[in-house]
Every structure is written in structure tokens, then in C-alpha cells.
Design a protein around this ligand. Sequence first.
Ligand SMILES: C=C(O[C@@H]1C=C(C(=O)O)C=C[C@H]1O)C(=O)O
Ligand SMILES: [Mg+2]
Length: 458
Amino acid sequence: MKESKGLLLEGSELNTSTSILRSKVIKLEQKQDFLTIFAQNDQYKGKRFFWKSPDGASVFAGIGICKMLQSNGMEQIYEEVEKEWQELLDGSEINNPFQTAGVGPMLFGGFSFDPKKTRTNLWDNFKDAHFYLPAIMFSEIDGEQYVTVNQYGDRNDLVEVIQACFEKLEKNEDTSTVNTHSNKLLDSKEINGDQWKRMVSEVVQDLGQSLKKVVLARESRLVFEQDITTEAVLENLLNRQKNSYVFALESGKDCFIGASPERLVKKAGKQVFSVCLAGSIARGMNEEDDESLGQELMNDPKNRVEHDYVVQMIRSAMEKVCSTFEIPDEPRLLKMRDIQHLYTPVTGTLLKSASVLSLIELLHPTPALGGYPQALAIEKIREAEMLDRGLYGAPIGWLDYRGNGEFAVSIRSALIQKNEASLFAGCGVVKDSDAEMEFKETAIKFKPMLSALGGQLG
Ligand SMILES: C=C(O[C@@H]1C=C(C(=O)O)C=C[C@H]1O)C(=O)O
Ligand SMILES: [Mg+2]
């Protein structure tokens, strides 16, 4: 309880007639497991998020909502979030003795892949810009743990939230509160499977001098016996998908969840980091087999071309905003549990200060999820793809009040809706693509989520 007292806003701090944001931060002395905290607060289901970076250097659990920043279908979607976030921060009182990025008030959320694409009701619970400032946020940065409490105006229901949260922590009951009972898969449907293959073949015909690459995605819908719990799926993802961004964003009864190997952008001060990830092959049955598949991928012209469009586009984006940057000439292999990719890391130093949202605007969608060139590819996807991508394939992540942030590309993901889930997977279609092979590639990309949901052993 000692710790939670330090977080409560009292007396004059609470007695306010104007609506402003007040935030307080403390450091946690006793190390906690954030997934347990997430699971213990299931009365806030629908108002929670979870995030882990691939190296584990940052882990976040958000409980409750202090303020939502959400909007649909705007032209200036990134600028709008930026503006609203600045307005919320203007005049705020932030009591944060720590300089660490990711500590203090921070927005978490994501964007739709393409706000101009006609919406279906699949994504009714998510807006095109879907962000919120959590009421309580647990952040672990480089092994140190902090709690930030955010309060807007005179809402003091937060007191109960904090107290309940810390009481549970102190009871320190069973630490394995995540219920991982198995949930039986009753049905699984590949949506428009054959039509999808036909579409891939047609798009290949459209490729040529102007349009070079289009990423086409599809959906698989699963039905389980029981409602799917976010924490159980998160636990599986954390255990099985190492080196991935693990994320979950709940909204109402739905949850968008995944384990992505792909960074869109990270900004820390003037440093920017991105990744070119495209080109895929299966993992091998044994070490030798795996190695030879890896070499096959490294030497495959079709995959190298697919990869190179991403490098070209990100390079020209870096040229616009960086004073210096580094992109290796050759990709290397990135081996995930179910798949291997061609991977080229990107690091740079910003010419002048640029917000993380402006960097997202500059990059999204890269040819890893859109195509090349960007505008033509998006148009083609809008017209040809029989799928409402919603938040799939789009930026998901966080930005703090000091302008730092990190966004992943939300692939290897699923939309959970009670006892059902939609899985999404896409692939880069280029001149030498074969519809059947691309279909198989997307099937491999369903694997991480399928297995985390319990749709398949292993
Ligand atoms: C589109 C996805 O993945 C993207 C497509 C890849 C490819 O076609 O080789 C590889 C990595 C990602 O950039 C997905 O996983 O859904
Ligand atoms: Mg591919």
C-alpha cells in the first residue's frame, strides 16, 4: 500500500474546476510480472493494452482509460492525433522525476491500414485512429519498473482503480493467474480462398513498368468452443514468439492481438530505427534443412526483388529526414519460430526534430505491407482486395509526452471477438509471383496466431 499512496492525487490536486491532465509516476521497488497484473484486472476488460518490444527492453501494461483520442476517416489522421495529444498535454501537471522514455503519460493504440477503404462491420469496435491514455500504466524499461497514474479533470474513480490494483499485487496470491485451459477449435474457414488466388494471378498481370509490387492479404475465421481470453493468448505469444513485438489492444468486447517481427519506426531523441522486412520461406524440419531453406531464400531472385522495393522506399524516406543513416547493402536472415525472412535494419539520425507520428506518415505503408510505388499499390489494394484490413498491417504502438515512441507493423495478428477470431496474413506479389505459392506463404503466416489461440498443437 505504501506505493499506491504515493500515486494518489489528493486535496488541492483533486479539487479542480478546469479540466487538465494530472500525472504522477513512481518506481516499483518490488519487481512485478505485468502479464499477471493485466490478467488480475479483468474487470477492466475492453480497456486494457499490453506491449512488449522484441528485445524485452520495454514492456507496458495499461489498465483503464483516462482519455480516448479516436477518430474515423480523416484526411489528416496523424496530424489530428498529434494536435489532440498536444492539446491534452498543454497545461498538464506531470509529476515525473524520471527521464526515461516510456515513463509518464503516453498514448497507446493504432491506425487503420487504409482509412479510405470501405469499412465493413468487422472492425466496428475500432476507429481509424484508435488511441487512449491509460488510467494506470505499468512500464518496464531496461529492467526498471514504473507506474504512471493519469487523471483528467476531477474524475476520482481512479482512486479505487489504483487501490484495487495494488491490493491485488500485495496479496501476491498465485502468480500464475493466467488461465491457460485449452479452448477447442470448432471451425476454421479460409475466407474467399480460391477467389484470393485468382486475384493474385490477376494482379500479377497488372504489374509492369509503373506498378511493381502489391501486398495482398486474406483472412481466416476461427470459431472456438469458449470465449477467448486475451491473457491466455498473450501468454502463449510471449512464450512462443521470441524476438517479436507482442501486442494486445482491447476495445469493448474485441481485442486486436499479435506478435509481429516488424518494426515500422522507433524514435529515441534524434535517433530513428526502422526495418526492411520482406521475402519469406518456411523453417526447416531440422538444422540442415533449415539452413538450406535460408540459403535458398537469400539467393532467390523473386524474394530479393520483393525485399529490395522495401529497401528503396525506406532509403528515400530516410534521405528526406535524416542527416546520416545506415542501411546495409545486403539483407540477412531473420528466423522466427514458424518462418524466416529477409531482413535489413535501418538506423539514422534526424536532421531536425520530427515527431514519431510524422515519421509514421512518411513511412506507412512501406512496400512490405502496401507495395511499390506506394500510391498506386494502395489504390490497387483498395480496389482488388476482398478484405477489410482494419488495424491489420498498420502502425501499432506508443508515443510518450516527450515525443519518443515506437510502432510495429501489426502483422501476425488476429481480431478476437468473444469465441471467434479473424486471422490476417498477406504477401508481397511481384512479377514472378505464383498464386499457389503465395497462398502457402500466407498459410505459414497464420501459424503464430493459430497456435497461440490453440487452433493447432505446438
Ligand atoms: C504481410 C505480411 O508480411 C509481410 C510480407 C512478407 C512477404 O511477403 O515475404 C514478409 C514480411 C512482411 O513484410 C503478413 O505477415 O501478413
Ligand atoms: Mg513474400
